[in-house]
Design a protein around this ligand. Sequence first.
Ligand code: PMP
Length: 423
Amino acid sequence: ATGVRTAKVEPVEAEDSVEQFAEYRRLKTTMRQMLMTGVPNPFFTVHDGIVGDTTIVDGKKLISFASYNYLGLSGHPDVSNAAANAVREYGTSVSASRLVSGEKPIHGQLEKRIANWIGVDNSILMVGGHATNETTIGHLVGAGDLIIHDSLAHNSIVQGALLSGARRRPFPHNDYDALDRMLVELRDQYRRVLVVIEGVYSMDGDFSNLPKFIEVKKKHRAMLMVDEAHSFGTMGKTGRGMSEHFGVNARDVDIWMGTLSKSAASCGGFIAGSEALVELLRYTAPGFVFSVGMPPAQVAAALAAIDTLEREPDRVDRLRSRSELFLSLCQEAGLDTGDSAGTPVVPVITGNSMLALRLSNRLKADGINVQPILYPAVDESAARLRFFVTSEHSEEQIRFTVAQTAKHIAELRSGSVEEKAAV
Ligand code: PMP
C-alpha cells in the first residue's frame, strides 16, 4: 500500500557461468561446423621467428602474406637494437601513467617525430591502436553530438562511437556525396559532428578521396578524423600517409589517428593534430590518463622505424611496386580483388567461406601463408583471402602465389564431387 504502481516484471533465467551464454554456445557451434569440414582451424596458428616475406609454421618456412610488417621494419637490426637499448636504459615498463610518473624522454621525442612526420602541431601516444580509437572517440564526443562514419569502419571506431553516447550513423562506403546529403539533413541538430574515415581500408585495400571529405567537413563545420592504421608508412611518396598521397595540408584534418603496430614495427597508437587536441587528451582521455605509459621498447622501436623509413624511402617505392604487381597479376588471372587500389592490402574474394578456408589450406600445402576472412567477420558473399603485401616480397614469390591461388580456385570451383558439395 505504498500507492506506487509497479509494472509486472517477467522473471528472466539467471546465467552465472560463461558456458551458459548464448554467445558461447554459438561460438562452439561455429567451431564444430568448421572442424567437420576436415580443414584444420586456421586461427591462432603458431608462428616462429620474425615474420617478413616468410614465416615459420611447424618448422616449415612459408611465404607470408598474413602480417602487416609492410616495410619489413619489424626484425630490422636497427629497430631491434633500439628496442633492446631502451630496455637496458629504462627497463621493460615505465611502471606508471605518464601523467603521474611514467614520463620518459623518448615519449615526447616520438610524439614530436610523428607530428613532424605528418605535418601537424603535436601527437599523443597510447598503448594500443584499438584503445586509441576507442578512448579518443569515446571521449571527444558525447550525448548531443553525432558520429558519422564510413560503413566499413574498423571495429575500434564503432566501439568508440558506442562508448561515447553520441548518435552514430554510418554513411555508404567512400561516398562523400551521401555524407554531404546526410549532413545537410542532420548537421543543425547536433553540437559536434565527428566524421570518421580510414586511410586504407584493411579488408578491401581501397581508400577514400580525402580532398572531397575535407571539402564536405568544412562545408558543414564538422570535424574530420582519419585512421591511418594501414596508410601510415605505406601511402604517399615517402610514406607520410594520405595527406602526402593527395597533397593536402595535414592541418585540414582535425584528428589523425595511427597505429604503430604495422609499418612502424611496434605496438600502440597515436592521435596527431592541434596543440589543443593533444593537450586535452593528455590531461583527460581515460585510456591515456588511467593507463600505463607506452613501454620503452615499443617507443624506441617506433622511433627507429621512422628513422629507418626516412633514410630508406625506397622501401615505400618497393612496397608500392610489389602491391601493384600483385594486384595486376590477380586481375590478369581473373581473380576478384574487389575495389583494391594498388595498396598493400589485396583481397581475393571467393564469396564463400568454405571455399576461402579450403583455398588457404591448399596454399599452405604449397608453402604460402594467407589468412581466410570468413563469415561472420564479413558477409558470406564477401568471404575472402586477404593478402598483405610487403616491401620484402620478391617478384618471384608474388608470381608463384598468384598463380597457385588462381589454379586452386579454378580447381575448387570445378573440383571433385566431394569438394564441390562441401564448397
Ligand atoms: N584501426 C584500423 C583501421 C585497424 O585495422 C586496426 C587493427 N588492424 C586498428 C585500428 C587497431 O590497431 P592495433 O592492432 O594496433 O590495436
